[in-house]
Write a protein that binds this ligand. Structure first.
Ligand SMILES: Nc1ncnc2c1ncn2[C@@H]1O[C@H](COP(=O)(O)OP(=O)(O)OP(=O)(O)O)[C@@H](O)[C@H]1O
Ligand SMILES: [Mg+2]
Length: 335
């Protein structure tokens, strides 16, 4: 049990942007020191706004927050010294080399001379950028640029590192490499990481605790296993032979929810997902019910509930549904 003070504590943060856009609507977060905490939510949920407030780049309309024990409104300078920030948009200067970017960042934090050079070499090595160190950043791949962003956030050895969507836009290989790097960072003495993501898999894999954000507030928080464990039973995902229209969807979900074993049924396009106590035992009855309703099933898989199911339960809609783009649908897909 960790008895040290929280690394991040936010109470009832609110923020409205011009045009009456409510970005935060009573955001509460507590992050214990030394853990990776994942803020998971769809586009526009309020993740970046939360990070901006916690990193002193924006002011809340109301509410309070401390980071590394310092109040973000009363003591922004102390907060800034204690944190590293990797913003959603890269902060590196594209015209300068990787090494120059790191050196400049180090100087901003008061490093100089041999100590600065040592730190820069260490980070270049660690983020496998040593070979590219003398090339301008504009020639870097997306993965290299993101690794440099993280290195920039670490120059002054912060206590708390904020990573705003560290892997968005990366190809799968670069994403996996970044996950490994974040995993290694998390093992470091005392470093607390608050990362935001809209990838369910990323949160599941990296974060010891996850808070799901929806419309500017936390809808549920806990360890990934506890959140999934809350949902009793199994998820059965079925793929229909042909897509069905609106009327067909209602007919099929009605046919399924009429079965005593079925707690919940959801149909989207060709996909039907149901929640049952015992997936394997329920499949024959599910297939028979769909057959009676005139639908052919191409495949059926039984899975433990995923974070997608957790989101569905707490936000009242499927995660993939509120995401834009094919990438997001993949991220919310069935495992
Ligand atoms: N500077 C701004 N001016 C006006 N509206 C803003 C501004 N920044 C954010 N918003 C709005 O506030 C809401 C929350 O945005 P925020 O960037 O915090 O979401 P997010 O969870 O980080 O989303 P994403 O996954 O797309 O990065 C959105 O509706 C967004 O359009
Ligand atoms: Mg964002």
């Amino acid at each position: 049990m960790n008895t040290r003070a929280p690394a991040v504590e936010a109470r009832q943060l609110t923020k409205t942007y011009p045009g009456d856009v409510t970005a935060l609507d009573g955001m509460d977060i507590t992050v214990a020191p030394g853990i990776v905490f994942g803020l998971l939510g769809p586009n526009g949920a309020g993740k970046s706004t939360t990070v901006k407030i916690l990193t002193t780049l924006a002011r809340p309309d109301s509410g309070t927050a401390t980071v590394a024990g310092h109040d973000v409104l009363r003591d922004p300078r102390r907060v800034r010294r204690a944190i590293g920030v990797v913003a959603q948009q890269s902060g590196a200067d594209p015209v300068a080399t990787g090494r120059e970017n790191l050196q400049l960042q180090g100087r901003l934090y008061g490093l100089s001379g041999a100590a600065l050079n040592r730190r820069v070499d260490e980070l270049l090595e660690r983020f496998t950028l040593a070979d590219a160190a003398r090339r301008p950043v504009k020639g870097y791949s997306g993965g290299m640029r993101r690794r440099l962003d993280v290195a920039l956030g670490l120059v002054h050895r912060p206590e708390v590192l904020f990573l705003d969507e560290p892997t968005t836009g990366l190809d799968p290989e670069a994403r996996t490499a970044m996950w490994e790097e974040i995993g290694r960072l998390a093992g470091e003495e005392g470093l607390t990481i608050l990362l935001t993501t809209h990838y369910l898999e990323e949160a599941d894999r990296l974060a010891e605790r996850i808070a799901i954000v929806d419309r500017g507030r936390i809808v549920v928080e806990g360890t990934p296993d506890a959140l999934k464990g809350e949902l009793r039973g199994d998820a059965v995902h079925m793929e229909l032979g042909e897509p069905v229209g609106e009327a067909g969807r209602t007919r099929l979900t009605d046919a399924l929810t009429a079965l005593p074993a079925v707690h919940e049924a959801l149909c989207e396009g060709r996909r039907i997902s149901v929640r049952v106590d015992d997936g394997a035992a329920a499949v024959p009855a599910l297939l028979a019910a769909l057959d009676r309703a005139g639908a052919s099933v191409a495949s059926a898989t039984v899975a433990r509930p995923s974070l997608d199911d957790v989101y569905l339960r707490h936000a009242g809609r499927r995660y993939a549904e509120v995401q834009a783009g094919p990438e997001a649908v993949l991220a919310g897909g069935v495992r």
